[in-house]
Design a protein around this ligand. Structure first.
Ligand code: GUN
Length: 292
């Protein structure tokens, strides 16, 4: 079993980005600038957004965090998005989801200028990804692809089962793995809450990508000997023995599953840091495209 070390790989990617930022600075170019809008104070979202700001500092990007009350109106949020769209200093920005229920996430996604949509959530960018055109690919699927690429995991002709069909992970993941690329070229099955015989389908997978947000959903009996297992889950599970009061649990029963795997990602330290590194890659790309 080989661990797919997202922490170490993301540090390598960040070092590469920092080198590029140094080159941009040396040639008098504009340092990439990421903005993030955080609405309300959901604990997990706060942690994610704060990490994104710290990542920016680590690679030499500028960052702006815009915090809005949970009670902010949809109109006010859309106005802030419009300001960011027009602000020449901002190369890319994200609006952290989930949003409070009174705000329509689709409207928000549609309001973001696709050229600054470093999350890759806008229909324009999702459409470009679907057609295999250069674009911003959303951070988690992109991070998984990067991890497979850097560990030279053989995916061509393999049966890849993606568990979960969310717009930001499962669906793009299935699409990317099926494309004529490396990694990619897999035969993909997308399973979801209405699929019959999930366990049986999972057992036939050479590569399993699990993204349903249910701690320890994937058990050892669902995994074929020698499979590659990618765990996208990061659920906060109450844990009184921790100062924080919780621990992070993946969608995979890691301790039981690892013995059967050729490669497996840990949680934490697997897909999570790769997602963060991908956002930085997209922001750098946005700056380079705008500077042209
Ligand atoms: N919430 C969970 N993951 C993400 C992400 O990648 N981007 C945004 N904007 N919100 C998220």
């Amino acid at each position: 079993m080989q661990l797919l070390d997202g922490k170490a790989t993301s540090e390598q990617i960040k070092a590469e980005i920092a080198d590029q930022v140094a080159l941009i600075k040396a040639s008098g170019g504009k340092v990439p600038h990421l903005a993030a809008i955080l609405v309300g104070n959901d604990g997990a979202s706060e942690t994610y957004v704060n990490s994104k700001v710290l990542d920016c500092a680590q690679v030499g990007f500028e960052s702006t965090l815009i915090r809005l009350e949970a009670s902010v109106s949809e109109a006010e949020l859309l106005a802030r998005i419009d300001q960011l769209n027009k602000d020449p200093q901002i190369d890319g920005f994200i609006v952290q989801v989930p949003l409070p229920r009174h705000i329509d996430e689709i409207k928000v996604t549609l309001a973001i200028d696709p050229a600054k949509d470093v999350d890759g959530f806008s229909p324009t960018n999702v459409g470009k990804m679907t057609l295999g055109l250069p674009t911003f690919i959303s951070a988690t699927p992109n991070g998984v692809m990067e991890l497979l690429r850097r560990y030279k995991v053989d995916t061509a002709g393999k049966h890849c089962v993606v568990v979960g069909r969310s717009n930001i992970v499962g669906t793009p993941m299935a699409l990317l793995m099926s494309r004529n690329t490396n990694p990619g070229n897999a035969t993909v099955t997308l399973v979801h809450s209405r699929t019959q015989n999930i366990a049986q389908i999972c057992r036939s997978a050479d590569i399993l990508i699990v993204a349903i947000g249910r701690p320890h959903f994937l058990t050892a009996d669902m995994v074929k000997e020698g499979a590659v297992v990618i765990d996208v889950g990061i659920t906060r599970v109450p844990d009184d023995s921790r100062a924080s009061g919780f621990r992070l649990a993946g969608d995979v029963d890691f301790e039981a599953v690892k013995h059967k795997c050729s490669f497996i990602t840990p949680v934490p330290g697997g897909v999570g840091p790769m997602t963060r590194a991908s956002l930085l890659q997209n922001t750098l790309k946005a700056q380079l495209l705008r500077a042209r």
